[in-house]
Structures are given as C-alpha cells and as structure tokens.
Write a protein of this length. Structure first.
Length: 91
C-alpha cells in the first residue's frame, strides 16, 4: 500500500488541513454562535464541546443567527433563549 503523503511537505499540508477541519472550524462556529462559555469549555475537552455546539442553535442576536438563520430558525432560537438574550460581546 502506498502512503498518502509522498513527501514531508505534503504530510505537513495534510496535518494543517486536518487541524483546521477538526479544531479551528468548530471553534469558529461556536464563537460566531455566541456560545462563549462553551468556547472556553472546549479548550478543556480538546474540542469535543465545539462539535456539539456547532450542531446546536445559536443565540438569536449572534452573528451566526443574524446572517445564517432564516425566519423559522430565528424564531426557534428566540423561543429557546428568549427575545432578550444577552448580546454577544464585540458586536
């Protein structure tokens, strides 16, 4: 069986892409959803919490909800967190 990486440079490129997909992407989604405590908790669980948070609803006033959610999903987020959910910092 032939290895996936022919050279060290390609192996490093694979590692960087894997790191971005498994760690950076779910952490970024967690931050964009305004889940700040879960973002911190993810550091202690090696990113497992970030994957769970990436699949959950974001806060209704977060960047993610304002730019990604349609009216139905935004209504679900407001029902879950309430219309007066605290606004994320930095917005």
């Amino acid at each position: 069986m032939e290895p996936l990486a022919v050279s060290t440079g390609i192996a490093v490129a694979y590692a960087v892409v894997l790191w971005i997909v498994l760690i950076i992407a779910p952490a970024t989604i967690t931050a964009l959803k305004g889940q700040w405590l879960l973002l911190i908790a993810g550091w202690f669980t090696l990113g497992l919490v970030w994957w769970i948070t990436a699949l959950r609803l974001g806060r209704p006033r977060s960047w993610w909800a304002r730019h990604i959610y349609g009216p139905d999903k935004l209504a679900r987020a407001q029902a879950r967190y309430g219309p007066s959910a605290p606004e994320p910092e930095g917005v």
